[in-house]
Design a binder for this molecule. Structure first.
Ligand code: HAM
Length: 419
């Protein structure tokens, strides 16, 4: 038997209904804040990610699904959305719009990580990118929006972690010191970090291996190396959060796993998830557009892992009732069935959720099935009814039954079987 590939899974009903509700709520809130949807391709030139996300990151060096196509071009299934959005922004010259651009996307991403609870190889992100502003207030606004979403979806027990990792002006000073410190303790670092210490020392701060963690804790904080503009930006950002009564914790080791970040970085974690407890990750990436060969563009955004949100909601939604058909059509006999197919077409045209039974069965068995499916109404379409032109319409929850003509069905249901 052919099975789904390791690290991927099917989202079946009724869980798919939870997904729809979460996505609909997200879209509703994004609209309140003026975001519009962008849909970029699932696969891109590999170079987009190696340049954008960074060759030394785990994502690019170990986790990408890359392959050569028939023209020997290296193609990659997108591991994240930010690089694609910025590519699209440059390709379509969206910078010609005088407004700041607020875009969002929802869809699958691919990383070849070790699957575990909350971590898969195909996963889904809701991502947001604001292009064309370096104002710290936009960062606070985006976080405010995230909090509204989490509150409305019913997720509590979260923590907002913040940091600033400086800019191309002040970060090199920090990296110089960091490199020296790391080289001095190189023997105690993991093999990956021994290499990172030389090529990309900031990545060491992201290492989860215990022996490295001990060293990381003793390293200087990047916050002590910020230049005046970066410091001011960070302070203003924190103030905008305070003004909104948004609680946060400054986490000087929060450098994130992607190379494009400058200044603000942030994560929202949940205390109710296991090891994979980061719900949201994001930050500012003012250098990314230039890295991709475009003009300098300020950017800020985040991505939220939908699987992790769903994991947290599963308990809450255990009692979720999927949208059931409003009316079940029980045909009796061949003639009844033919008529019922047309009644169904008619009712659906009028906007009723309608289920037509395709299996010949007794009326008793049809009733049982309608009950099981939790439909609100049942309509019997048999040869007797065809002759009289009047059909029994039954309300399932209290058994009330009336006789209706075909043209009255919709109206009667709308009015709860009253006149
Ligand atoms: P990221 O931290 O790599 O950031 O991913 C964001 C979120 O995606 C994570 O916090 C997590 O919830 C979810 N996620 C990541 N990998 C997996 C996985 N293997 N399985 C399940 N969920 C996962 C980015 O992707 C950046 N593009 C975010 C960003 C947008 N920064 C600025 N703009």
């Amino acid at each position: 038997m052919i099975r789904a590939i390791k690290g991927t899974r099917d989202i079946l009903p009724p869980e798919s209904e939870i997904w729809n509700q979460v996505e609909n709520l997200a879209r509703e809130i994004l609209l309140l804040y003026g975001f519009s949807e962008i849909r970029t391709p699932i696969f891109e030139n590999t170079e987009l990610f190696s340049r954008g996300v960074g060759k030394d990151t785990d994502i690019v060096s170990k986790e990408m699904y890359s392959f050569l196509d028939r023209n020997n071009r290296s193609i990659t299934l997108r591991p994240e959305g930010t690089a694609s959005v910025v590519r699209s922004y440059l390709e379509h010259q969206l910078y010609n719009d005088p407004q700041i651009l607020k875009l969002y996307y929802l869809g699958p991403m691919f990383r070849r990580e070790r699957p575990q609870k909350g971590r898969s190889r195909q996963f889904h992100q809701l991502g947001v990118e604001v292009l064309g502003s370096d104002h710290p207030a936009i960062e606070a606004e985006v976080i405010e929006m995230l909090q509204l979403f989490l509150n409305r979806v019913g997720i509590t027990n979260t923590e907002l972690l913040l940091n600033s990792i400086g800019c191309s002006h002040c970060r090199p000073n920090y990296l110089k010191i960091l490199k020296i410190k790391l080289i001095n303790t190189q023997a105690n670092l993991c093999v990956d970090c021994q290499r990172r210490a030389l090529t990309n020392p900031l990545r060491v701060l992201d290492c989860k291996i215990e022996s490295c963690q001990l060293i990381i804790k003793s390293l200087p904080s990047i916050l002590d190396f910020l230049d005046q503009p970066c410091q001011k930006h960070f302070e203003q950002f924190l103030q905008y959060l305070k003004d909104r009564h948004i609680k946060y914790k400054v986490a000087p080791l929060l450098v994130r796993g992607l190379d494009y970040y400058t200044q603000t970085t942030f994560e929202i974690t949940s205390t109710s998830l296991g090891a994979q407890n980061t719900l949201v990750g994001g930050g500012r990436y003012d250098g990314l557009a230039e890295l991709l060969g475009g003009q300098s563009t300020q950017g800020f955004g985040f991505a939220l892992g939908i699987e992790r949100i769903i994991l947290l909601l599963q308990e809450k939604f255990a009692s979720l009732t999927p949208k059931t058909p409003t009316i079940f059509l029980a045909p009796l006999g061949e003639k009844g069935f033919k008529k019922a197919t047309l009644v169904a077409q008619n009712l659906r045209n009028q906007g009723l959720r309608c289920l037509l039974d395709f299996t010949p069965r007794s009326l008793k068995s049809a009733m049982r099935l309608a009950n099981k499916l939790k439909t609100q109404y049942l309509l019997i379409v048999g040869s007797e009814e065809l002759e009289s032109g009047k059909y029994p319409l039954k309300r399932m929850h209290d058994g009330t039954q009336i006789l209706v003509e075909e043209k009255e069905i919709f109206y009667k249901i709308e009015n709860g079987l009253e006149n």
